[in-house]
Design a protein around this ligand. Structure first.
Ligand code: MRU
Length: 360
């Protein structure tokens, strides 16, 4: 009997730990992440004690989601700084610059990464190397805390848009895992429930890497929010059947005119939503706004390995050697977006002036 109970007990322990621990934590001078590539099957926490491993974790999407990438990079830069051995200030700053460049080359689309790098660059001040190292750790903690606050605030605001009994559709994963905070699109959904309103969710599986199937359903189940998993190609059918009251997604980068880059397939959903007269909301913190780009066509779109399309979790699903394309994001023009929900307010067309104020 004890032999039978032990594995059950251990897996409950792991489950409980995963439910209560944050996806990203700075613990004893190291970065601890919940490995998102292994969820939901395995809940594995990895301790990263050098910046190379953090860069790799971002590239391999063990940490993913725009705000979480920014937070991980900030801590990764602090780690990289701690590992620089020279006491010479100029030499130190030269090596720190290389660390920052490694992060800048990790994933190109989420602007939160570049906002975090810029902030860390500004924070690299102090008379001595030791002071600068300290300042960088503090700035990374501040960036993390600000994301927690921003995602919590925007979620409360966004929840006001959702009526009791609504059925929502979301794409990819925009929950606590993706934000190192409260969540954006899933944060709004969580807040709706906390406000005492009933809500249910359709989650698209989100090929090729299945963030919807693997992560969104996992997070919603923990929150006790009813969720129905559908393949990406089913979204139009359920909209036509009037089963969906609104669509809500996150963002990787919002251009100055309100165009939004988000997980590949978001544009398709926005067009379907407009055709079916369903509101289409984007929830994102101010750190996802990039006012330096006038429109979405200037947003760099990450191309990932064709293997992610020809294989599912390592298993081939196409004839060997077949060509495949894998743009990881697409851009939804602002005219398809009913409102953008940020921690500084909910904004609608025309987006330009309001986005400028929010990004300040
Ligand atoms: O490639 P991913 O999984 O990092 O892409 C994530 C998304 O597209 C999310 O929707 C976006 O980052 C918003 S997360 C709050």
């Amino acid at each position: 009997m004890p032999g039978q109970l032990l594995p059950l007990f251990l897996s409950f322990e792991l489950y409980y730990q995963a439910m209560t621990a944050s996806a990203i934590e700075w613990l004893d001078g190291k970065l601890r992440i919940l490995d998102q590539s292994r969820l939901p099957g395995e809940q594995i926490f990895a301790g990263l004690d050098n910046y190379h491993d953090v860069v790799l974790a971002i590239k391999e999407m063990r940490v993913r989601g725009a705000p979480a990438i920014g937070v991980a990079a900030a801590y990764g830069i602090a780690l990289g700084a701690s590992g620089i051995e020279t006491a010479n200030r100029d030499e130190f700053l030269g090596q720190l610059n290389q660390v920052m460049q490694a992060f800048a080359a990790s994933r190109p689309t989420a602007v939160n990464l570049f906002q975090a790098i810029n902030r860390m660059r500004q924070a690299a001040r102090g008379d001595s190397v030791a002071e600068i190292k300290n300042s960088l750790i503090n700035e990374a903690k501040r960036i993390h805390q600000e994301e927690i606050t921003a995602t919590s605030q925007l979620s409360q605001m966004g929840a006001e848009l959702i009526k009791d009994g609504f059925s929502l559709l979301t794409h990819c994963n925009a929950g606590p895992l993706a934000t190192a905070g409260y969540g954006t699109a899933l944060g709004v959904i969580k807040a709706v429930k906390e406000q005492g309103k009933r809500v249910s969710v359709f989650a698209t599986e989100t090929r090729p890497l299945l963030q919807g199937a693997r992560l969104t359903t996992w997070e919603l189940r923990q929150e006790g929010i009813p969720v129905t998993l559908i393949t990406d190609s089913m979204a139009g059918y359920f909209m036509q059947q009037r089963k969906i009251d609104c669509v809500i997604v996150g963002a990787d980068r919002i251009a100055a005119n309100g165009d939004v880059a988000n997980k590949i397939g978001t544009y398709t959903l926005a067009v379907l939503a407009k055709e079916n007269k369903i509101p289409f909301y984007v929830a994102a913190p101010a750190s996802s706004i990039d006012i330096s780009l006038s429109s979405g066509d200037k947003i760099p779109i990450e191309e990932r390995s064709p293997e992610e399309v020809t294989h599912i979790q390592g298993v081939p699903i196409a004839p060997e050697g077949i060509g495949a394309a894998n743009p990881a994001f697409d851009v939804t023009p602002h005219s398809y977006i009913t409102a953008i929900i940020t921690e500084k307010g909910i904004i609608k067309e025309p987006y330009g002036k309001e986005l400028l104020n929010i990004a300040k």
